[in-house]
Design a protein around this ligand. Structure first.
Ligand code: HEM
Length: 538
């Protein structure tokens, strides 16, 4: 069923309207007037001056002049595909989300991206990769806006502008354009040591995936699932690629950046075109929703933490198959607008302070990027569920809304009823107790341990993965100009592991410092290593 809005021509769907923009047998102006020549300006004689009265010339050049829209402030470079998500029903006992009931098929659109490079940058740089999925469910859009790395640099969204300013090219020379080998990045991540875990993942093989098809995806934050009775469970979302997790080696990544900067987007599109449809399983780790919101001593509200899969196995809940390439990059890949706040009944947020800032940021940035608040009407963003909102007017409004009373209750237009009962509505607050507290700008004590989890990751690596990590730190830090930044980076490494620090220090020709904190007594998590990893379950 379509949205309860109509276009001026009475059509209901964006697809119809897109077809109208390119129909008919003859070339026309934007007003539909037939043209007989689009190659010559109107002139006073063949060698005379061009005439201002040539509307076709002005319209054509004017429209071209405005073709570009701002690229995303982060994740500007991406590639996407359509597909289908089929649920197993294994999560149905803990969430009332309709698309997670047994055997439900839901259309999806997935966009993969790098984070720091501009739209024209290379695919195979060392960076985090975005893995954003739009589920067009029968209950409205659900977006899972994740990355291929399960932790984040910062614990509080108020630092997001800072970490991105540090990671983007230097403001003076705009160098480097798409990777982490520079002073401001290393300055930030060594002054804000909560970034240590994410940085270590970036310096591992995860920072240079072989293909989007061989990447894991992670929702990062802990989410709250809600069942039909109001019972709640905390979860972390995981995407597991059917092809396994594979990376490039650094030399391959560097060569590919020059030989084929489109390597990842070409690989995705070619695979789909050839019928080798990429597949992932969606899985969840589940945790009891206790007042502390911790699991085995791990703070579930801290997005720099993982929960090792040995402690909480990933349980498969459905399967994603990407089977169709976009037909228009701009209309789909560029105009798609993901948002962590696009939730459906049965999936709720937690008090992770990074997530809170994201809830504001995406909507806000899309108002600029997509030219006003009506971007949910763009075909790729339209829910596949009826829309009956009270949002009106503004820039790029293409709907002609019916009725006279966009407010509720009203006695003129049939009332605009809410859903009949709270059970089927979204944004019904889950009754979670907020602790009695005094307002404060501070992080909890449980957010202060920045080295135990990186140490676990390091200890979980196979020998070859460790060599790659040592090589990556040595290469990237070797590109820094500031000696003090390199020294601080070595101090961070000393707090993770002595061998890691000593080997990188040797490569940089600097002394290896002693740790400033006791090295954590943690066990390796074999599931973190890409070597010998088995997934999916079949
Ligand atoms: C874009 C993931 C943290 C602001 C994206 C995209 C992904 C992503 C995958 C690209 C979406 C697309 O393909 O269009 C994440 C993850 C985070 C995180 C996994 C941490 C767990 C943040 C934070 C902020 C933020 C803390 C701001 C406070 C943005 C913005 C965009 C973006 C402004 C551009 C959106 C657009 O223009 O449509 N993020 N992000 N992100 N992210 Fe994040």
């Amino acid at each position: 069923s379509g949205p309860a809005t109509v276009s001026p021509t009475g059509q209901e769907t964006g697809a119809d309207r897109a077809a109208v923009a390119q129909g008919g047998e003859y070339l026309t102006t934007a007003q539909g007037t037939r043209l007989y020549d689009t190659d010559h300006s109107l002139k006073a004689g063949p060698r005379g001056p061009v005439l201002l009265q040539d509307h076709h010339l002005r319209e054509k050049v004017m429209h071209f002049d405005h073709e570009r829209i701002p690229e995303r402030v982060v994740h500007a470079r991406g590639a996407a595909a359509h597909g289908v998500f089929t649920s197993y029903g294994t999560a149905a006992s803990i969430t009332k989300a309709a698309f997670l009931a047994k055997d439900v098929e839901t259309p999806v659109f997935v966009r993969f991206s790098t984070v720091l490079g501009s739209r024209g940058s290379a695919d195979t740089v060392r960076d985090t990769r975005g893995f954003a999925t739009k589920f067009y469910t029968s209950e409205g859009v659900f977006d899972l806006v994740g990355n291929n790395i399960p932790v984040f640099f910062i614990q509080d969204a108020i630092k997001f502008p800072d970490v991105i300013h540090a990671g983007k090219p230097h403001p003076d020379r705009e160098i480097p354009q798409a990777q982490s080998a520079h002073d401001t990045f290393w300055d930030f991540v060594t002054l804000h040591t909560e970034a240590t875990h994410h940085t270590l993942w970036n310096m591992s093989d995860r920072g240079i995936p072989r293909s989007f098809r061989t990447m894991e995806g992670f929702g990062v934050h802990t989410f709250r699932l809600v069942d039909a009775e109001g019972g709640t469970t905390l979860v972390k979302f995981h995407w597991k690629p059917k092809l396994g997790v594979h990376s490039l080696v650094w030399e391959e990544a560097q060569i590919l950046s020059g030989v084929d900067p489109d390597f990842h987007r070409r690989d995705l599109a070619d695979a789909i075109e050839a019928g080798a449809y990429p597949e992932w399983e969606l899985g969840i780790q589940t945790f009891p929703d206790t007042p502390e919101q911790t699991f085995e001593g791990i703070d579930l509200l801290d997005p720099t933490n993982i929960v090792p899969e040995e402690l909480a196995p990933v349980q498969p809940v459905g399967r994603l198959v990407l089977d169709r390439n976009p037909s228009n990059f701009f209309a789909e890949t560029e105009q798609v607008a993901f948002h962590v706040g696009h939730l459906v009944p049965g999936i709720d947020i937690t008090d992770d302070p990074l997530l809170a800032g994201r809830l504001f940021s995406y909507l806000d940035t899309q108002i600029t990027r997509l030219g006003g608040p009506n971007f949910p009407q763009i075909p790729i963003n339209r829910p596949h569920a009826p829309v009956n909102d009270m949002l009106r007017d503004s820039f790029h409004q293409t709907a002609v809304h019916r009725g006279v009373a966009p407010y509720r209750p009203n006695s003129l237009d049939g009332g605009c009823p809410f859903t009949a009962d709270g059970a089927h509505g979204a944004f019904v607050e889950t009754p979670v107790r907020v602790p009695e507290a005094t307002k404060v700008r501070a992080a909890p004590e449980s957010f202060q341990d920045h080295f135990s989890q990186p140490r676990r990751f390091w200890l979980s690596m196979s020998p070859v993965e460790r060599e790659h990590i040592i090589g990556a730190y040595t290469f990237e830090l070797g590109k820094c100009y500031e000696q003090a930044v390199k020294e601080r980076a070595l101090q961070v490494l000393a707090n993770i592991d002595g061998e890691l620090c000593a080997r990188v220090a040797e490569g940089l020709g600097l002394p290896a410092p002693e740790p400033t904190v006791p090295l954590a007594d943690v066990q390796p998590s074999p599931a973190l290593s890409q070597v010998g990893r088995t997934w999916p379950t079949d």
